[in-house]
Design a protein around this ligand. Sequence first.
Ligand SMILES: NC(=O)c1ccc[n+]([C@@H]2O[C@H](COP(=O)([O-])OP(=O)(O)OC[C@H]3O[C@@H](n4cnc5c(N)ncnc54)[C@H](O)[C@@H]3O)[C@@H](O)[C@H]2O)c1
Length: 348
Amino acid sequence: MTTLLEPGHSGAGIGGATVKRIGVIGTGIMGADHARLLTHAVSGACVAGVFDLDADRARGVAADSGGARVFADPYALIADDDIDAVLIASSDATHEDFVLACVAAGKPVLCEKPLAPTVEGCARIVEAETAHGGRLITVGFMRRFDPGYTDLKALLRAGEVGAPLMLHNVHRNPAAVPGLPSSALITNSAVHELDITRWLFDEEIAEVAVHTPRASGQAGGTRDPQLLILTTASGVLSDVEIFVNARYGYEVRCELVGESGTVTLDAPPPTSLRRGGLHARALPGDWRPRFAEAYRLELQDWIDGTDGGATAWDGFAATFVAQACVTALESGQRHSVGLPPVPGIYRR
Ligand SMILES: NC(=O)c1ccc[n+]([C@@H]2O[C@H](COP(=O)([O-])OP(=O)(O)OC[C@H]3O[C@@H](n4cnc5c(N)ncnc54)[C@H](O)[C@@H]3O)[C@@H](O)[C@H]2O)c1
């Protein structure tokens, strides 16, 4: 079999008709889930190779993926002629090296968020892809594929609520690990809302502020919850309540306020129970059931080569804005973001 990408291909996705042979690096919660989707729920792809530092975990995912090869070295997986593209779902600190190796090998790569945990790391990746001269990298901001968010954006674009004024976001998890750094609420969780705000309004975030009420007694020293106030370049406000010890369940919802109406994105499912004086709707335990369809659509888009996913520039911008929010959290002051200009290959 030949590599599907011809020289000069400029898309980040993996176009072409043959089944794409995917190598998965990192087979923990997300890697195992992506491998299962690629094997059973996405057309035109198979998991051909896996690597994880935990070899037992890699072997388990390989067996569930119809007998994928278990590699002993992640760079050998990236270089292998029988791997067409690479999915990176290892821990955050490993992303940069693996993404750079994929770009050096000229292979499309879908990297889980964050592209890299530091602005400098993201910048090195953007520079490498720019030097390569075309897009190879997609970043796993899957909410861009969630049917609720895509409907919201379509209604906004169709002018159904007029010009946007505000976006109110709520992002709650039942419980976080004790001792979680306060900055992780921004860099690991609210980073999704940073990306969604940029994506929904098609503009950059210009200024940020972070407010904290007294910390929850359940938060074990972490400043939880936090309220981020993001101001876009045109003056739209996007506020994000991030609360990772909310106890009752996982919930993501938002309301867009426009000049002539609002759009509410509520948590699925559509079914609800009325009994004994209560009207109840089940909440998911975490992000996987809530965004199951978004993950599937994200992977299908990548395999189809449609290039609808977040770019390396989007990954850079998300980490850049997250760092500005961490600075604002630590200083208690409003902070100007000051993103550098978008490199040519990412301009639409
Ligand atoms: N898009 C989303 O909604 C979403 C949700 C959760 C996590 N994530 C991201 O996905 C990635 C994985 O998260 P997770 O929850 O699956 O974590 P996890 O801890 O369950 O899995 C991480 C895996 O990476 C492996 N690993 C660590 N160092 C490695 C290395 N050098 N080479 C290969 N494998 C290595 C670990 O052994 C582990 O199996 C993280 O970057 C995380 O931020 C994204």
